[in-house]
Design a protein around this ligand. Structure first.
Ligand SMILES: Nc1nc2c(ncn2[C@@H]2O[C@H](COP(=O)(O)OP(=O)(O)OP(=O)(O)O)[C@@H](O)[C@H]2O)c(=O)[nH]1
Ligand SMILES: [Mg+2]
Length: 301
């Protein structure tokens, strides 16, 4: 019997904020490694996921959404996304097709062409959220994007429901170069447990607060202690905000908001680590951290 060739390489998932990039990564990993919220600019770092099959290994890089950045934090996010373009064997340019359906696309011509010009490897246009639209609404979107960039393939998917994701996977595997298995079979990411835990707490803040508060929030893990038999992990974390008024909102009346954040985060962290969790949260003000280059480096940006 002839052994199938092994394919491997780096696939960067880039595109506008809120398009479903992190949802797609989690779908392929069959677990929550990247946080997902209905708000744009949720992902702030490059998240590496390892999708391993019998004859392939895809190193998939989830990235922050591309947007016009003013604050240093946002500029760093866009820089991180741009840099993955240089590392990739294949780029998935992933867009929210439902948000574009029925819209006049001509006016948006310049929004992403700068980014698309920096792609120097095969790029697949992924039209996400097809569960929310009729298939015939896709044609104008495909035409428009095809006029912006010579995509090597176009694949409609629903990252949320899993529609079309097998077709996309097969497309990627067939286009990746023949190469070795870089990581062991059972490793889904290179993110540390501490990082994912901090992200899960940040996700709960994003899901429960409004306006500028999510964007003024960062989470630091102060300590992470496994009890000897590893059946309990005790985690202390601090939620940083930029102003005193934001601190009050996150704590809430009689601590109710913080209690809800803690409860929801505990549940997800327990699923991630597969054991009991004791989570303690503090809220502190760190003025203008979103503009503080040294602090951004400390949180891994
Ligand atoms: N209906 C539907 N919703 C989806 C789909 N994929 C993602 N979503 C939703 O879209 C929202 C954004 O998803 P994310 O995965 O966080 O999007 P993202 O591109 O990573 O966003 P940023 O990190 O902000 O750039 C969430 O509410 C998801 O549940 C899909 O296929 N169908
Ligand atoms: Mg994301």
């Amino acid at each position: 019997m002839v052994k199938k060739e092994y394919h491997s390489g780096v696939v960067a998932v880039v595109g506008p904020p809120n398009a479903g990039k992190s949802t797609l990564l989690n779908r392929y990993l069959e677990q929550k490694i990247a946080i997902v919220t209905p708000l744009p600019q949720t992902t702030r770092n490059r998240i590496l996921g390892i999708v391993t099959g019998e004859d392939y290994q895809i190193i998939m890089l989830d990235t922050p959404g591309l947007h016009k950045a003013r604050e240093l934090l946002n500029k760093e996010m866009v820089r991180i996304a741009r840099e993955t373009l240089d590392e990739a064997d294949i780029v998935l340019f992933l867009v929210d097709a439902a948000a574009l359906a029925g819209k006049k696309l001509e006016k948006r011509r310049d929004e992403y062409s700068g980014y698309l010009k920096s792609i120097h490897c095969p790029a697949v246009l992924v039209l996400n959220k097809v569960d929310l639209l009729e298939k015939d609404q896709l044609l104008p979107i495909i035409d428009w994007y095809s006029s912006l960039h010579p995509f090597t393939a176009v694949v409609p998917v629903s990252a949320l429901k899993g529609e079309g994701t097998d077709i996309l996977l097969a497309e990627l595997v067939s286009r990746l170069p023949v190469g070795p298995q870089y990581y062991p079979d059972d490793i889904p990411t290179d993110s540390t447990e501490r990082f994912i835990v901090a992200e899960l707490i940040r996700e709960k803040v994003f899901l429960r607060t409004h306006q500028e508060i999510p964007y003024s929030t960062a989470v630091i893990i102060d300590s992470f202690k496994e009890e000897k038999d590893a059946r309990l992990v005790i985690i202390h974390a601090t939620i940083l905000v930029e102003r005193g008024s934001q601190k009050g909102i996150i704590i809430g009346k009689q601590g109710k908001m913080l209690g809800n954040i803690r409860k929801a985060a505990t549940k997800d962290i327990a699923t991630l680590l597969g054991c009991k969790i004791q989570l303690k949260l503090w809220v502190k003000v760190k003025k203008n951290w979103t503009g503080n280059a040294q602090f951004l480096r400390e949180i891994g940006m």
